[in-house]
Design a binder for this molecule. Structure first.
Ligand SMILES: O=C(CO)[C@@H](O)[C@H](O)COP(=O)(O)O
Ligand SMILES: [Fe+2]
Length: 220
């Protein structure tokens, strides 16, 4: 039996020389979503992939593409990522001046909209947007790189957001991203997370281990 926890491997830790095959492998290994980290070398100190690569990857899995934008500005790229096949697009409030407008642009494309909170970002930015969003993503590392250590102070933030979501009565997913492994996954779940992003912990050990790694993160 599966629980309600969704596992979203971050392809940042996949073999970039064979990304399509890697996506097919994590799909077959039982992941729920596919987390795609988009970095621009400006909002964060790393550069990854753009909408053309997302489009090329789309035929390799039918599972939801969970696109995490670490770019600034954001608005002029929403259509390109929606066209490329994103199912959820999340962005950081610090990346642009009009958070509500960006959410509306994402929703207008029939795509789920998510807000990403950096470790030091205040919860107050969620106050007037809870009625419009589908997902809140808590960064448990500073954005930019895979393989960093989980920042434990974020557990308190996850618990506070869980209360806000339950009080809202809306169906908002609470995702945690960064340093999730077999030790930290249960902590994030206990605090109220229901989607776990995991790059290093999914891809460690090579393709033969993907299914075991994903099941372990789910707590099975
Ligand atoms: O958004 C990011 C980093 O900015 C993440 O999605 C990481 O790629 C997760 O990697 P691990 O910490 O699981 O290795
Ligand atoms: Fe991410």
């Amino acid at each position: 039996m599966t629980n309600n926890i969704k596992i979203a491997p971050s392809i940042l830790s996949a073999d970039f020389a064979q990304l399509g095959a890697e996506i097919a492998r994590i799909d077959a290994a039982g992941c729920d979503w596919i987390h795609i980290d988009v970095m621009d070398g400006h909002f964060v100190p790393n550069i990854t992939i753009g909408p053309q690569v997302v489009k090329a990857l789309r035929p390799h899995s039918e599972k939801p593409f969970d696109v995490h934008l670490m770019i600034s500005p954001v608005d002029q790229y929403i259509d390109a990522f929606a066209d490329a096949g994103a199912d959820i697009i999340s962005f950081h409030p610090e990346a642009g001046p009009h958070m509500h407008r960006t959410v509306q642009s994402i929703k207008a494309r029939g795509v789920g909209a998510g807000i990403v909170l950096n470790p030091a970002t205040s919860l107050s930015c969620l106050d007037h947007i809870m009625g419009d969003i589908d997902l809140i993503l808590v960064m448990s590392v500073n954005p930019g790189f895979g393989g960093q250590k989980f920042i434990h102070s974020q557990l308190e933030k996850i618990s506070a957001i869980r209360k806000m979501i339950d009080a809202s009565g809306r169906d908002i997913r609470l995702e945690v991203d960064g340093g999730i492994d077999r030790a930290t996954a249960p902590l994030a779940i206990s605090a109220g997370a229901d989607v776990l992003v995991a790059g290093t912990a999914t891809f460690t050990g090579g393709p033969d281990k993907y299914a075991e790694n994903i099941a372990a993160l789910r707590g099975q």
